[in-house]
Design a protein around this ligand. Structure first.
Ligand SMILES: [Zn+2]
Length: 50
């Protein structure tokens, strides 16, 4: 079963991406560098649950 979470932009707090979470690997906080259309640059995106 897949759990989904949001990747929230560090700069503007906008939820830009949705990604599946791997289960059974423990609770690992994800931080990814993604492009934010509002900030118009790559920012750190943090895992955010619904
Ligand atoms: Zn942003």
């Amino acid at each position: 079963m897949r759990e989904w979470f949001w990747l929230e932009c560090e700069g503007c707090k906008r939820r830009n991406y949705r990604a599946p979470r791997r289960t059974g690997m423990g609770a690992v906080k994800l931080e990814m560098s993604k492009f934010c259309s509002r900030c118009r640059r790559h920012t750190a995106h943090h895992e955010k649950k619904k």
